[in-house]
Design a protein around this ligand. Structure first.
Ligand code: GTP
Ligand code: MG
Length: 238
């Protein structure tokens, strides 16, 4: 297993980010949506909310990554996100970067296994919580979401990092906490726009199911582009 970390010379930029790989083997490994972000930013809450919104319209599966526990998987099972057999937990046993970027085999195996068993249209892969330095490998994720929360302060978008600058969709969660921590949402909007050269950013309150429909629209639009299958978004109940 590779343990060396890549050294990034710059924060990277959205327009020259690594493009998704054009592939035609979605029957072997379903369209894979990577969800990364700092510890506690709301990744599992987002997976649950997306499952609730999409599960009656599209066949889904989920892979969770935790360092030493299966806690996220247990949370999704407890909350009946989707059928238990459609969800797998990966215990990375170390740095979360490795399993989504440097040695992705354990995640690729899990997604391939779930695809064979259930033939899902979309598989969500939740990364272990990181520290702004991780982003998904394009060999694993066809669509990359990076989610932070406002509770860490409004400085986070300008700190950069590959998830912030190069994810296909950047989500700023827990806007309900902005006043409590004195975070300026307007400032975060301006800085995200600058750091991502206008790449999409969505403000959300995942816990209160705000912004989920918009996030789902981005996912389904990318799914349609890659697979040629359109799922009419207007059919989704918000
Ligand atoms: N106030 C508020 N809390 C939220 C929101 N979304 C999620 N949370 C809470 O934030 C906490 C962490 O959410 P998780 O979904 O577990 O975060 P995570 O990114 O999966 O965490 P790790 O997997 O441990 O890195 C939970 O207590 C959620 O209920 C939100 O929009 N507002
Ligand atoms: Mg989680």
């Amino acid at each position: 297993m590779t343990t060396a970390h890549e050294r990034m010379e710059t924060a990277g930029d959205f327009t020259s980010r690594e493009p998704p790989i054009r592939r035609a083997d979605f029957r072997k490994r379903a369209f894979t949506v990577g969800i990364g972000g700092p510890v506690g930013s709301g990744k599992t809450a987002l997976v649950l909310a997306l499952c609730e919104l999409l599960r009656d319209h599209i066949s889904l599966a989920v892979v969770t990554n935790d360092i030493f526990t299966r806690e996220d998987w247990e949370f999704l099972v407890k909350n009946k996100a989707i059928e238990k057999s459609r969800m797998e937990a990966v215990e990375t046993g170390g740095c979360p970067h490795a399993a989504i970027r440097e040695d992705i085999s354990v995640n690729l195996d899990a997604v391939t296994r779930l695809t064979k068993l259930h033939n899902p249209e979309i598989v969500f892969v939740e990364s272990g919580g990181d520290n702004l330095a991780a982003n998904f490998s394009r060999e694993l994720a066809d669509f990359i979401i990076y989610i932070i929360d406002v509770a860490g302060g409004d400085k986070i978008p300008r700190k950069g990092g590959p998830g912030i600058t190069q994810s296909d969709l950047f989500v700023i969660n827990k806007t309900d906490l902005a006043d409590a921590v004195g975070a300026s949402l307007e400032g975060m909007k301006v800085e995200s726009h600058r750091m991502r050269q206008g790449g999409p950013t969505i403000f959300a309150e995942v816990k209160n199911r705000r912004g989920i429909h918009q996030i789902a629209q981005h996912i389904l639009s990318s799914y349609a582009t890659h697979t040629g299958n359109k799922i009419p978004v207007s059919d989704l109940s918000v």
